[in-house]
Design a protein around this ligand. Structure first.
Ligand code: AMP
Ligand code: MG
Length: 398
């Protein structure tokens, strides 16, 4: 039932030069070349390798720019006076601004491709002084990130709110749209641990592209003897496209899917047993982690290594380059998974040679709206064999 595309058999990415989006005075007007790219992409992305790499490059640019914003904001959180200055909404400000930045970059290049994203600006449109101040702060951060010192260009508060609200697409299996989680793993973000900027591309219900920015992830492999991942700049960016494989590069790379990248391949030799597979799960305070069940499961399949605790979809990135081998996620029955929490990660797993499904072995279906209907959790594994073994053990334990 599950047929992963092995990275080894996938065609390599073609190398291409980076094309930066252009800055214009005032609110951007789309150029005809943007529209041309959008329509050639919409027509047939799966057969047009050059437009596929173009769109992946544009997605990388959006995520790289956004990571500058989130890194700067996260650094400010280290200083308690700055946290209180932002009046207990520092993360909210960063989430909204991050979404506005990605929305801006994507709209410039692909104005006809919709956006399904986690945040909306409803709460920012109230008339109170507090709300206006919050939106002003978000607009300030957004403008600074996009335009730097160029004060001749300024997106108004209303324009920034509109950019955020572009993310209100309902999804489904009929259209092509981007899927964005501007800051995935908020708890990790606040606590100076891992978090991710997760951007997927969904075409007729199927995720065909994904970029995962992990601004705190080390470029080097996670050491054998640690149970958490250290925070290290500049971070890592992962990018995958259907049938093109998965790449990773330093977050500040000029060509993150070109000459500056490395191929991400999940560990194809790993087995359970002594010094074998190691699994990842969320931190203890996460609603989506069931540590008692993951302990029981790992014992049943013979995993001897202790769990690696990593926030956010950074877990998918770690699995894709062979740092760890299994991602286990078992939320309570009442919890509904959202598409933005897995869209980018899912294609990164399948294109690096791994397998992802729900806990019953059903592939994740991204064309059903803003939520995923899953059975009993989500499992991602480095190899099909490991995956089958885990699914069988889960069925036996339940
Ligand atoms: P993780 O970092 O693995 O815990 O996963 C982070 C994602 O899981 C977040 O972006 C949320 O969508 C979801 N999540 C984790 N904890 C909670 C919670 N307490 N309530 C709602 N969603 C949660
Ligand atoms: Mg999230």
């Amino acid at each position: 039932m599950i047929s992963p595309v092995l990275a080894a058999t996938a065609a390599p990415f073609s190398s291409f030069s980076s094309t930066s989006f252009t800055r214009k005075r005032g609110i951007f007007r789309h150029s005809s070349s943007s529209s041309r790219v959008a329509s050639s992409f919409s027509a047939s992305s799966s057969t047009n390798a050059s437009s596929n790499t173009d769109i992946l490059q544009a997605m990388c640019e959006a995520v790289q720019l956004c990571s500058k914003l989130t890194s700067k904001t996260q650094k400010m959180l280290e200083s308690s006076d700055q946290v209180s200055k932002l009046d207990d909404s520092p993360v909210t400000v960063a989430d909204y601004a991050a979404q506005a930045v990605v929305s801006y970059v994507l709209e410039q290049k692909y104005p006809d491709v919709a956006l399904l994203a986690e945040e909306d600006a409803k709460a920012l449109r109230g008339g109170s002084e507090e709300t206006r101040g919050l939106l002003e702060k978000i607009a300030e951060i957004t403008n600074e990130c996009i335009f730097g010192d160029d004060v001749s260009v300024y997106l108004s508060r209303e324009e920034v709110a509109r950019l955020i609200d572009r993310g209100n697409h309902e999804g489904g299996s009929e259209s092509t749209f981007f899927v964005l989680d501007p800051i995935d793993g908020t708890k990790g973000f606040i606590n100076q641990r891992q978090y991710a900027i997760a951007l997927g591309l969904c075409e007729k219900g199927k995720i065909v592209g994904g970029v995962l920015g992990c601004p705190n992830m080390p470029m080097s492999k996670i050491p054998e003897d640690v149970d958490a991942l250290e925070t290290k700049k500049p971070g890592v960016i992962f990018a995958a496209y259907e049938n093109l494989g998965c790449k990773y590069a330093a977050m500040d790379a000029k060509e993150p899917v070109g000459k500056d990248s490395f191929t991400a391949t999940s560990d194809q030799l790993v087995k359970c047993g002594e010094d074998g597979a190691r699994y990842m799960e969320s931190w203890g305070d996460s609603i989506v982690a069931d540590h008692a069940f993951t302990n029981a499961l790992s014992e049943k399949v013979g995993i001897t290594r202790k769990a690696l605790r990593i926030d956010s979809q950074a877990k998918y990135g770690s699995l894709s380059r062979g740092d760890a081998h299994i991602y286990l996620r078992f939320p309570p029955k009442t919890y509904r998974e959202k598409v933005w929490d897995h869209a980018a990660g899912a294609i990164i797993i399948s294109e690096s040679g791994g397998v992802i499904s729900d806990a019953a072995g059903v592939p994740l279906e991204f064309g059903k709206g803003r939520f995923l209907d899953i059975n009993g959790g989500i499992v991602a594994s480095a190899t099909p064999e490991l995956h089958e073994q885990l699914l069988k053990a889960i069925a036996d334990l339940r």
